[in-house]
Write a protein that binds this ligand. Structure first.
Ligand code: SIN
Length: 277
């Protein structure tokens, strides 16, 4: 037996339905020996916290690569600066949508699989990141509600997120966002594992074929349910913390913070392994 094979995953749940804290050392995580166990754990827990692990960018990239196929950001960088500060990230405008519950990449054929955020500079106030477990939220729905929603389909669009943070956009901006297109997705994701999760968030515009009031009611009710206390974990950042989430079984959002305060998180991602179907 090699040294790597002897490493055991040391993790403890945070709440019954979401989250775990992983206590392994950076060296153990970077060895790759725990990758399979981490992948199994996160499918159940949705979010894993590595308190004050202090990954450098190179280490964060290396750790991400042990978990799946590395997915560079749109601009090709390996590590993306999450900040509302335009001086650090000139494209920070688009991050305003991240203040509302969402799944990353709903507009893509395969949304990203896992994502990892590392805290470089915490916010002076606010700036927590919240996660909710959309597997557990689905599984706890009453059976008649599951039967009602199982085959419903929802129109998603990036432009819908614009109205969350800029309710009266210029026509030019709306057209620009609309040019990104829209996509019809199932309300319930039937994963290849056999499990199901809810597909909601700020890109969800309306349920196909439903009266518009009924559609708004149902999307809002499910969002309220999925993000309610039992399924939600709020992470209060300390410098050096890393948090990883399973983008296919969770939603997340940042809580408001002073855009000028220098809050800075570094994000890496793996490619998604299945389309939303
Ligand atoms: C994100 O949505 O990836 C960013 C979350 C955050 O800023 O806390």
């Amino acid at each position: 037996m090699t040294v790597a094979e002897k490493i055991a995953l040391r993790a403890e749940p945070i709440k019954p339905k979401i989250g775990a804290i992983v206590r392994n050392s950076k060296e153990e995580l970077l060895s790759g020996a725990l990758s399979e166990e981490i992948r199994r754990l996160i499918e159940d827990r949705g979010v894993l916290v590595f308190p004050e692990i202090h990954f450098t960018d190179e280490e964060q990239v290396a750790f991400t690569k042990t978990l799946g196929t590395f997915l560079p950001e749109m601009e090709g960088q390996e590590v993306y600066d999450i900040t509302l500060d335009k001086k650090i990230n000139p494209r920070s405008e688009y991050l305003k949508g991240s203040l509302f519950w969402h799944i990353d990449g709903t507009m893509n054929k395969r949304p990203p699989g896992y994502a990892i955020l590392s805290c470089k500079v915490p916010a002076t106030w606010g700036g927590d990141t919240e996660f909710c477990n959309t597997y557990a939220a689905y599984e706890d729905l009453p059976e008649e509600e599951k039967a009602r929603i199982d085959s419903l389909r929802v129109m998603h669009a990036a432009w819908n997120t614009l109205f969350y943070y800029e309710p009266e956009p210029s026509q030019e901006k709306l057209e620009e966002m609309m040019a990104l297109g829209d996509v019809e997705l199932p309300l319930v994701w039937k994963h290849r594992s056999g499990r199901k999760s809810l597909v909601l968030g700020n890109t969800a515009h309306h349920i196909v074929g439903l009266d518009w009031r009924e559609s708004a009611r149902l999307l809002n009710k499910l969002r309220e349910w999925a993000t309610s206390e039992p399924y939600r974990y709020t992470h209060h950042w300390k410098v050096g913390d890393a948090v990883m989430w399973d983008n296919s079984g969770t939603m997340h959002r940042a809580r408001p913070y002073d855009p000028e305060c220098g809050r800075l998180l570094h994000r890496t991602k793996t490619a998604g392994e299945e389309p939303i179907q």
